[in-house]
Design a protein around this ligand. Structure first.
Ligand code: SF4
Length: 374
């Protein structure tokens, strides 16, 4: 199988989204965020272009403005805010980085590496934003335009950085000896922060297996939807069974009857939750009253409320094992509780049943109320 890193990420985010994109070949409308990310990435590539004499801030902003894409914005204010955010990112980048000091090895470097056992090879492809030569080794950098910053732990285990490093090492195998001096970094442009890490040979070996696991699932055609906040950015909501109904008005499919049915279900369900809470409070108060009066039942014109006590027991595992193992019944008791023991009790004699009874202790007690209506 040939698969790009981003397709694999899509599968991990939501297998159904992967199916829409890669199997059904449906076109996903470009999101504002994706278009914004593309422009920022292109500007950064321009800033580091080795064919140019390190462009200054004004040049970079000029490039950014000329390549700005307003097609995805319907609201002018929204477009203005996004454009300004891009300007801020570029200004901040210039404040924090000396563009001319970087020794660029490659920009938007394409890779395709083979993974898997000899008789079942797969190709993973992708694009690395930037590779720099550093004092002792190299730095592999990927730019992020999203808002969310991960923890250092997530960076240390980030799959994307690991696969980028693997791709780099396929190209420069000698650098395996210098692994501790190869840094992998994610640059979070909206925060102006770069988080870096390194990898060991063992970690890189595990990464390959992680990829193979995903490939196995794709080959098994497992395409279940996974609803997460990321659905908000998914362009397939109108096709997705988890969201399609939300667009019913566009398709004019629902009758008033269906509308009423859903509305009434939601109302009933929320009433049930409220009532359950009210019931718990009433039960507590009635039990307190019963304790005060020293009674087990209370009477009213509508009926009688009676209290009952429920006990749960725990059994002495050692005693049970000694008793059941010789009879070959121990394996049948996967969980030690009254229900499981009842099942095996038919094979036991009176004395043995008594031993089990003696081995049990009360684990917890709870009270409940039953109602008998007049
Ligand atoms: S809307 Fe959510 S659940 Fe549906 S395909 Fe997209 S990501 Fe998956």
């Amino acid at each position: 199988m040939r698969i790009s890193f981003s397709s694999m990420e899509t599968y991990k985010q939501c297998p159904l989204k992967y199916k829409f994109k890669e199997i059904n070949r449906l076109k996903e409308p470009k999101s504002k965020e994706a278009v914004f990310g593309t422009i920022i990435h292109a500007t950064l590539k321009y800033m580091y272009d080795p064919a140019l004499i390190a462009p200054g801030l004004e040049d970079a902003l000029d490039y950014y403005s000329k390549n700005w894409n307003s097609d995805v914005y319907e609201v002018e204010a929204e477009e203005r805010a996004a454009f300004s955010q891009g300007v801020r990112i570029i200004q901040d980048y210039y404040e924090r980085n000396e563009i001319a000091d970087a020794t660029i090895v490659d920009l938007e470097s394409r890779f395709a590496i083979e993974i898997g056992p000899d008789d079942d090879r797969h190709i993973v492809s992708g694009i690395v934003d930037r590779i720099d030569r550093t004092k002792d080794g190299y730095e592999i950098i990927d730019y992020k335009t999203g808002k969310k910053m991960p923890s250092q732990d997530q960076i240390d285990n980030n799959l994307q950085l690991s696969i980028y490093l693997l791709a780099f090492l396929k190209r420069y195998p000698k650098e395996y000896e210098n692994l501790e001096n190869i840094t992998v970094s994610l640059y979070f442009l909206k925060h102006g922060q770069k988080l870096s890490s390194t990898r060991t040979v063992e970690q890189l070996e595990e990464v390959e297996q992680e990829f193979l696991d995903v490939i196995t699932q794709i080959n098994e055609q497992i395409y279940d939807p996974i609803v997460t906040p990321l659905c908000g950015w998914c362009g397939f909501q109108r096709e997705c069974p988890m969201w399609r109904h939300k667009f019913k008005d566009e398709r004019q499919i629902d009758s008033d009857e269906v509308h009423e049915m859903i509305k009434s279900y939601i109302a009933t369900k929320s009433n049930m939750i409220t009532e359950r809470r009210e019931l718990a409070v009433l039960q507590k108060n009635i039990i307190t009253y019963m304790d005060q009066e020293g009674v087990e039942r209370v009477f009213d014109d509508d009926g009688v409320v009676a209290r009952s006590e429920r006990k749960t027991y725990k059994y002495n595992e050692e005693v049970l094992r000694d008793l059941l193992e010789p009879k070959g019944l121990w394996d049948e008791v996967t969980k030690i509780d009254g229900i499981a023991l009842k099942k095996v009790a038919t094979a036991l004699g009176v004395k043995e049943k008594r031993t089990i009874e003696k081995s049990k202790e009360i684990k917890s007690t709870s009270q409940s109320l039953t109602v008998k209506k007049k």
